[in-house]
Structure formats: C-alpha cells, structure tokens
Write a protein that binds this ligand. Structure first.
Ligand SMILES: [Zn+2]
Length: 208
C-alpha cells in the first residue's frame, strides 16, 4: 500500500520500478539468455586430436579423461551456464568409467537436452579456439557442420574461428589448446515449476 501511494505521487508506472525483464518479479522469465564457456587441455603424443567431434590430423592430441574435445567442453559449459545449471565437471564427473574416453558430443547433446527441458532453444553459438599448431582454418567447415548436426541447428548458427598466440602466451605455445564459447538462447515456452533434470547432487569435479 505504501509503495502504491509513492508511485502515484512520483508519477511513475509500476513497470518503471519493476520492468518485466529485470528479474525482480516473481513471474519474470526473460526471453533470451546468454552463456559463456571456457576450457583448456594439454597436448600430448599418443592421443587423437578431436575438435568439435572432428578428427584433426596432428602429431599431438589432447589429454583428458574423456576424448578431451576442448571445443565441445567449452560449448557445453556455455549452454549449461545460460540456464544456470551446474557446470560440465559437476554433471559429467571424471570419476569411474562412464565418461572414460567418452565422445564429448554425448555431453553436449545431453546438456542441450537439459536446456530444451528448461524451455529454451539455441539461437547461435560463437567460438574461439586458441591454438598455435596445427592450423585449423582448413577444418572450420567440417567442425561447424559436425556441431550443427549434433545440435540439429542450421549451419549459420555456429560461428568458429581459431587464433594463434604468436608465441606470446608461453603456457599455450604448442603445449595446449584452449576454447571459448558464447551462446544465445531464446525461450520457447514458460518453464514449468518442478524438479530440474540435472543431477544437482553430483560431486563437483573438473572434467579432464
Ligand atoms: Zn575439458
């Protein structure tokens, strides 16, 4: 009552104080959500190099518990983060045999299923690979096509570029590959109240 009187005196509409997308209202459900993901893995001999589910010819591959697809890991975290779900290390822990050498595409698809269950679909994703060797530009189309197929979205929703560090980042120089991803999601329906599909009780650990 006090608030209502104050609003009238100031000549403000209630929407100015509590706009529909401010997150302040109990029923506020933003139409769009963004998410960011980052990952890095060490390069080593005797491993395959997989990026976006595509085998890249290389003397060195990435070390990890799963297939170490650093690009898909960053994308998975971006999707999960956009709807404030737990991160990849929590949902897909590196303990036990389940995710040992597992295709990271399974994690990406599972994460996107959870995003869809939250009432969102992917608008687009943009990714950066930080990698001095090998050169990745010849593989852009194959990687984008692979990711688009996994998520069942048109190819033009998947942005990708690779950047070298020119040797300026010694930690990365030919010793590791890092990936960043940003996603935009659009709401497809209101989220129904209830228990989320994610395993919130899982042990938190870094998927490597
Ligand atoms: Zn990873």
């Amino acid at each position: 009552m006090l608030l209502a009187l104050t609003v009238r005196r100031d000549g403000l509409q209630s929407s100015h104080l509590n706009p529909p997308h401010s997150g302040g209202g109990r029923r506020s459900q933003p139409k769009y959500r963004t998410g960011i993901g980052f990952d890095a893995h060490e390069l080593a001999s005797g491993r395959r190099l997989l990026l976006g589910g595509v085998r890249i010819p290389s003397r060195l591959g990435l070390l990890g518990h799963s297939d170490a697809d650093v690009l898909l890991h960053a994308m998975t975290d971006a999707l999960l983060g956009a709807v404030a779900l737990p991160d990849i290390g929590t949902l897909f822990p590196d303990t036990g045999a389940k995710w040992k050498d597992a295709p990271s595409g399974l994690m990406l698809k599972d994460a996107y299923q959870q995003v869809r269950a939250e009432g969102f679909r992917l608008v687009n994703v943009d990714c950066v690979l930080v990698c001095d060797r090998p050169k990745l530009q010849p593989h852009y189309l194959a990687i984008r096509t692979s990711i688009a197929r996994m998520l069942q979205v048109p190819l033009d929703r998947i942005g990708l570029k690779a950047k070298t560090t020119e040797g300026t980042l010694l930690a990365l120089r030919r010793k590791s590959i890092a990936a960043m991803a940003v996603v935009l999601l659009a709401r497809t329906r209101s989220r129904k109240p209830g228990v989320r599909t994610s395993n919130l009780g899982a042990r938190r650990s870094e998927l490597r």
